[in-house]
Design a protein around this ligand. Structure first.
Ligand code: CP3
Length: 372
C-alpha cells in the first residue's frame, strides 16, 4: 500500500530532527500557509475554512503557497488543516467564524451530559476514518511537492483539544477547562486518553498517506501548573510518543521524527527532554519566552533537537531588529559550535498582517547568518 513518491531533493529537516550534523539549520514557520499571504485569501475565495480543509485540491494548493513563494528558503511544508478536525471526527460541530475563530455550538458541559457520553462512545477507528480527506490532501500534496521538501503532518494534543471541546472556543479564563480538571479529574483523564488514542491512529494514517514528520500542538500547555502538567497532559503526550512508532511498525511503515510543541510550558522543558517522562519525541518546540541559551543548557547533552523560537511579533519590526533577533538565536542555539540540534521556527504561528517580504527577509537572514 506504499505510494510511489518522487525521491527527496531536500531532506535537511529529517536529518536535523534525528539529531544529525547538518550543513545549515532547517527552517519552517508555524502557520506558514495562512492569512498573511494574499494568495491564501485568493485560493480560499468565499469558501468556509473547513470546506478548504476538506477539499484535497484546495488544501494542497494552500500548503504549497509558501513553498513556491519562498522557494529555496523553506525546508518543510505542513499540511493545511486544523487541530479541531479531531473534535469534529468525534462527533462535535465546530464552525470557524470569520475574524473570531472557532466556535462549538454544543461544548461538553459535564461528564453526565449526553455529549460527553457520545464522544466517549465514538469508535476510534470510525472517527479516524472520517478524516479521510486529510489523508487524501497529504497524498496529493506529496505528489505535487515532487520531493522539493518534506511534508509535516500534525494533530492537536489531547489537553489542548479538551480545552476547546469544553470551552466551546478560545478563552482567556479557562474556567470550564479548570472545572473539568479539578471537579471531574477521572472523566477528564478518560477523555484525554480517548483523544490520545484517536491522535495515534490519526497520525499513523497521515504517515501512511505520505507525511514525513509529525508535530503535536499543545498550544495550551502553559495554562497548567507543573503538577497538573505531570498529572494530566504528560501521560497523554507520552502515550502518543510511545504508541505511534508501534502502530507504524504494525502498518509496515518506518518511524518518522516526532515534534512536540508544548507552548508556554517552559517549566516542563526538562521533562520534555527526558526519555523517562515524555517518551520518544525527537524535537521539542520552544515558544519565544524561552531564552535559547538557557534552553540549550537545560537540554544538556541529551539528543533532543530544539525548534524555534523567535517572537512572531519581531516580523512587525524593522529589518535591523530582525537581524538582531536572528543573531541572538544563532548564538543562543550555539549553531556554529554544534551544527546540530536546532530547527529554526518562530515561537508560535505567524500572525496576520505580517508582510510576506518581511518573513522573506527573516528567512534570508537565517541563511546568511548560519553559513559555515
Ligand atoms: O501551520 C500551518 O500553516 C498549517 C495549518 C494550521 C492551521 N491551524 C491553519 C489555520 C495548523 C497547524 C493549525 C493548528 C491550530 N489550529 C492550532 C495549534 C497551533 C496554535 O496556533 O497554537 C490551534 C490552537 C488551532 C485552532 C484555530 N484554528 C484557531 C484558534 C483559529 C482562529 C484564530 C487564528 O489564529 O487564525 C484557527 C483558524 C485557522 N487555522 C486559520 C488557519 C490558516 C485561519 C482561518 C482563516 O480565518 O482563514
Amino acid at each position: 500500500m506504499g505510494h510511489d513518491f518522487a525521491p527527496m531533493k531536500n531532506d535537511l529537516i529529517i536529518r536535523a530532527a534525528k539529531g544529525e550534523k547538518v550543513e545549515r539549520p532547517p527552517i519552517w514557520i508555524m502557520r506558514q500557509a495562512g492569512r498573511y499571504l494574499p494568495e491564501y485569501h485568493e485560493a480560499k475565495g468565499n469558501r468556509d475554512f473547513f470546506e478548504c480543509c476538506r477539499d484535497p485540491e484546495v488544501a494542497s494548493t494552500i500548503t504549497l503557497q509558501p513553498i513556491d513563494r519562498f522557494a529555496g528558503l523553506i525546508d518543510a511544508a505542513i499540511i493545511f488543516s486544523d487541530i479541531l478536525v479531531i473534535p469534529q471526527a468525534l462527533g462535535m460541530v465546530v464552525e470557524m467564524i470569520d475574524k473570531k475563530g472557532p466556535h462549538f455550538p454544543e461544548p461538553l458541559v459535564s461528564p453526565t451530559d449526553g455529549q460527553y457520553e457520545k464522544v466517549m462512545a465514538k469508535d476510534t477507528l470510525a472517527a479516524v476514518e472520517e478524516l479521510d480527506y486529510v489523508y487524501k490532501a497529504i497524498t496529493v500534496t506529496r505528489t505535487k511537492l515532487q520531493g522539493r521538501v518534506p511534508l509535516i503532518g500534525f494533530c492537536g494534543a489531547p489537553w489542548t483539544l479538551l480545552c476547546y471541546m469544553v470551552e466551546g472556543g478560545g478563552t482567556k479564563l479557562f474556567a470550564q477547562s479548570k472545572t473539568w480538571l479539578y471537579r471531574y479529574p477521572e472523566a477528564t483523564k478518560a477523555l484525554l486518553h480517548k483523544i490520545a488514542e484517536v491522535c495515534v491512529e490519526y497520525l499513523a494514517r497521515q504517515v501512511q498517506a505520505g507525511a514525513q514528520l509529525v508535530q503535536v500542538f499543545d498550544s495550551w500547555a502553559g495554562e497548567l501548573s507543573p503538577a497538573a502538567f505531570r498529572e494530566f497532559t504528560q501521560p497523554s503526550l507520552a502515550y502518543i510518543a510511545e504508541q505511534l512508532p508501534k502502530r507504524l511498525a504494525e502498518l509496515g511503515l518506518e518511524r518518522v521524527p516526532m515534534i512536540l510543541f508544548p507552548k508556554g510550558a517552559w517549566y516542563a522543558l526538562d521533562a520534555c527532554c527526558s526519555k523517562e517522562s515524555l517518551g520518544s519525541y525527537d524535537v521539542v518546540g520552544l515558544d519565544w519566552q524561552h531564552d535559547p541559551a538557557s534552553a540549550v543548557a537545560t537540554r544538556g547533552d541529551r539528543k533532543i533537537v530544539l525548534q524555534g523560537n523567535a517572537d512572531p511579533g519581531i516580523l512587525y519590526g524593522t529589518h535591523e531588529r530582525i537581524t538582531k533577533t536572528v543573531q541572538e538565536m544563532v548564538e543562543g542555539f550555539e549553531w556554529k559550535k554544534r551544527q546540530s540540534g536546532w530547527i529554526v521556527n518562530l515561537g508560535h504561528g505567524i500572525t496576520p498582517f505580517v508582510k510576506p517580504d518581511d518573513l522573506k527577509f527573516f528567512l534570508e537572514e537565517i541563511h546568511r547568518q548560519t553559513k559555515l
